[in-house]
Ligand binder design. Structure first.
Ligand SMILES: O=C[C@H](O)COP(=O)(O)O
Length: 252
């Protein structure tokens, strides 16, 4: 049985008071409601240790939004896999489209980061997805195939099983425009088949593939009901308990 996950990426939002308040609300929600999926959050790095204190029994997984491709050293502004390990973080998002767009990240960078994360026992949430131009040109299947191969195919079967993939079509992120459940399912099945072709069906069937891109309370259930969609990576709708909890309940 693949793990089912709803993960909230807070991006660069909230001051410390607002972040603490939402974490406390989430803890209370989690303690008072049976959920049918794991709940993870990726707050800004500044708040990771606070999150670990608040979720002291690992009620909610704590992820960084990015991590360095280097182990340590003179890389001003970066945080390493070792640092995340040292605060007992659950994992890190890797290759989010905003990192690709604004910081020039490529799938080769992602590959190095994913290996470092795995070496430190962290869960890498590897994000990929095509741009609007690529979709309009009918290149989406090929783009996602290349991304997946470059970022993941140097891993062993045991390693790739520990990776969570988040398919996020760039044109659906923060735009209010979401891929239809059928469009998302097509790509999720495609990603799984690419992995199956290299590592075998059994390995591919163990990997959770999340969908991200304008998931909201009113479309989550239908998206999550697709056979190859194992949850969501949620941006805007993760910033309020009311919306995020309804998305979590998409698994009920
Ligand atoms: O990491 C989350 C994704 O970028 C989705 O963001 P969004 O739900 O605001 O479209």
């Amino acid at each position: 049985m693949r793990r089912k996950i709803v993960a909230g990426n807070w991006k660069m939002n909230k001051n410390v008071i607002d972040a603490q308040q939402l974490m406390i609300q989430l803890l209370s929600y989690k303690n008072n409601n049976a959920t049918n999926c794991e709940v993870w959050i990726a707050p800004p790095s500044l708040y990771l240790m606070m999150a670990k204190d608040i979720f002291e029994k690992d009620e909610i997984g704590v992820f960084s939004q990015d991590m360095s491709e280097h182990e340590s050293g003179a890389y001003t502004g970066e945080i390493s896999a070792g640092m995340l390990e040292s605060i007992d973080a659950t994992g890190s998002l890797i290759g989010h489209s905003e990192r690709r767009q604004y910081h020039g990240e490529t799938d080769s960078h992602c590959n190095r980061k994913i290996k470092l994360a795995l070496d430190k026992g962290l869960i890498p949430v590897y994000c990929n997805g095509e741009t609007l131009e690529q979709r309009k040109a009918g290149q989406h299947l090929e783009v996602v195939k290349n991304q997946t191969e470059v970022a993941l195919f140097t891993l062993s079967a045991e390693e790739i099983k520990k990776v969570v993939i988040a398919y996020e079509p760039v044109w659906a992120i923060g735009t209010g425009e979401t891929a239809s459940p059928e469009q998302a399912q097509e790509i999720h099945a495609h990603i799984r088949s690419i992995i199956a072709a290299k590592y075998g069906q059994e390995v591919a069937d163990e990997i959770s593939i999340l969908y991200g891109g304008s998931v909201k309370p009113d479309n989550a259930k239908e998206i999550f009901s697709q056979p190859d969609i194992d949850g969501g990576l949620i941006g805007g709708a993760a910033l309020k308990l009311e919306d995020f909890s309804k998305i979590i309940e998409g698994f009920n």
